[in-house]
Every structure is written in C-alpha cells, then in structure tokens.
Design a protein around this ligand. Structure first.
Ligand code: GDP
Length: 295
C-alpha cells in the first residue's frame, strides 16, 4: 500500500468513526482495527502498531474517567498518536547563516545519497546560503562524475578527485578548501558500499572525525520496506546521525519502514525525496505531514 493509499484508508476509518451512531467501545475498536491493519500493510513495525493501539486505548479510559469522551476527543487522540509515530521529539540541526555549516550524508549505495546531496544544496542555495558539494565516495566508479554532473547542472561549486583514493583525505581537503572560502553550507557525500560492511562504517567514522559535521544525515530508501528499521539501527550504532531523509516516496514505496526507522533511532525526518529531479525535495514536519496524509 503506497503512502497516499495509507492516508486515504486512515481518513476513511476516521470518517467512518465520525458517522457511527454511538461512540461505544465497539466503534473505537473498529476504528483501531482499521488503523492498525492499514499501518501494518504499509510496513510499519508490528510492535509500534501494538504500542499505538495500547496508547490510544489507555488515553480513552482516562478520558472516559474524566467524562470528556466524544468523537472529536477520540479522533484528536488518534491523530496525536499518529503524529507521535513520526515525531521523535528531537529537533534537527538547522544551518545558520554567517557560519560554516558542514553536513555529511550517509546511507547504502543506491539509497539516493548523491541525488539528495544536490537537492539539499539547491534547497539551501535558494534560501540564500552559499552552498557547495564534496564527493568523498571513492569506492563506486563514476560517483564523482555523477556528483559533478548534478552540481554543474545546478551551478553548485564542487570538490572531488579522480586520482586520490583515500576518501578521508578528499573529504578533509574539500571541506578545508570551502571553509577557507567561507561557504555557508558544505555538503559531503560519502560511499555507500565496501567490500565489508565493517569497513564502510569505519570509513564513515574516519570521515566524520576528519570533517566534524554539524549534522550527519542518513539517506534512507523508502522502497526497502521493513528492512529500513534494521538498516537505520546499524548506521545509528556506528555513524551516529542526527537526521533522516527518506527518498523515493514518489514510487510504490509504502513508507511505513521509514516510520519504524524514526522510532528505532529516535531521529527526526527532515526532508522527503519525491522524484529524480533536483526540485523533488519536500520539507518534512510531523503535524502537517499527518494532516496532509489524512486529507
Ligand atoms: P547513491 O548510490 O545513494 O548515491 O544513490 P543515487 O543518488 O545515485 O540514486 C540512485 C537512484 O535513485 C538514481 O537513479 C536516482 O535518480 C534515484 N533517486 C534518488 N532519489 C530519488 C527519489 O526521491 N525518487 C525517485 N523516484 N528516484 C530517486
């Protein structure tokens, strides 16, 4: 079930609830049943769904005790719990003008890192930041060419090397150069694959120690479904990141895996990737996202 379908189904369940003749336990149970089924079919982790169900029920008893029950109260309660699913309660780093802000992207190969780095650069450039890109992916042949092509198209200054094989050296040199030139936002793209997974994580830690990012962003492909939780946990354990960007939400991705990743890592989503073009980046904030999803 794609994200739009999930929204339509949640909307339908809440509507049905509004129309039910009475708001007894049976009506609330029917609403919860439909909500939980829709979330599970969208790949939201089963434990999270069970927690949501328990929380809605607990709140309901409390409200009954206070004699404050009613359709609107119950609906508001459900919507609040849905917002809480995508809101870990931590504020992401926000680039500040007048200082050098270093952002570093991590994630597995194919997740959309290089594309997302350019989208981010365009986003900040439009908001008046002097922005640039550093390609520290020396593992994938063609990675630098891809970044160069994207950056050139978007008229964003970039740094990389065809000859240097040490990603830490490239990242350090690139960030140092742009720091001296007083760029506002320096975005470092890293590799997403290695011979061994442990080597990839070691490399990310070394790059991070070298460039000291203000924010590390995990780029997560929404189409990997349930695997998003384990993948984000593994990255969080080694390359601690402070924000998530979920890509490929324009396709057939269910999106629920990304919701589970937020809960597993207690890290906020900051943007959604909604296409292959440089403008296909949407800002993410929990409350408006859920309101829009519910239609
Ligand atoms: P990397 O290996 O993580 O750097 O991934 P790339 O940036 O090379 O992206 C892999 C593929 O995913 C490319 O074909 C991109 O055009 C595509 N891609 C990236 N983000 C999105 C997105 O939000 N939506 C869609 N449909 N495709 C995307």
């Amino acid at each position: 079930m794609v994200l739009a379908d999930l929204g339509a189904r949640l909307h339908g369940a809440l509507n049905q609830f509004s129309k039910s003749s009475s708001i007894d336990d049976a009506a609330i149970d029917a609403l919860l049943k439909e909500l939980c089924a829709a979330l599970l079919e969208s790949d939201v982790n089963v434990k999270l769904v069970a927690q949501l169900r328990a929380k809605v029920k607990a709140k309901k008893s409390l409200e009954e005790a206070e004699k404050a029950s009613g359709r609107e109260v119950n609906k508001k309660n459900v919507v609040q719990k849905l917002v809480a699913l995508v809101d870990p309660g931590t504020e992401p780093y926000k680039p500040v003008k007048g200082k050098v802000n270093v952002l570093m992207a991590v994630g597995i190969q194919g997740a959309g890192k290089t594309t997302t780095c350019t989208k981010l650069a365009v986003h900040y450039q439009r908001r008046g930041f002097r922005t640039c890109l550093v390609c520290a992916d020396t593992f994938r042949a063609g990675a630098f060419d891809q970044l160069k092509q994207n950056a050139t198209k978007a008229k964003i200054p970039f740094y990389g090397s065809y000859t240097e094989t040490d990603p830490v050296a490239i990242a350090s040199l690139g960030v140092e150069k742009f720091r001296k030139e007083r760029f506002d936002v320096i975005i470092v793209d890293t590799s997403g694959r290695h011979k061994q997974e442990s080597e990839l994580f070691e490399e990310m830690v070394s790059i991070s120690n070298a460039v000291k990012p203000d924010m590390t962003i995990m780029v997560l492909d929404a189409s990997i479904g349930q695997a998003a939780e384990g993948q984000s946990r593994a990255f969080k354990d080694s390359a601690d990141f402070g924000a998530i960007i979920v890509t490929k939400l324009d396709g057939h991705a269910k999106g629920g895996g990304a919701i589970s990743a937020v809960a597993a890592t207690k890290t906020p989503i900051i943007f959604l990737g909604t296409g292959e073009h440089l403008n296909d980046l949407e800002k993410f904030t929990p409350q408006p996202f859920i309101s829009k999803l519910l239609g």
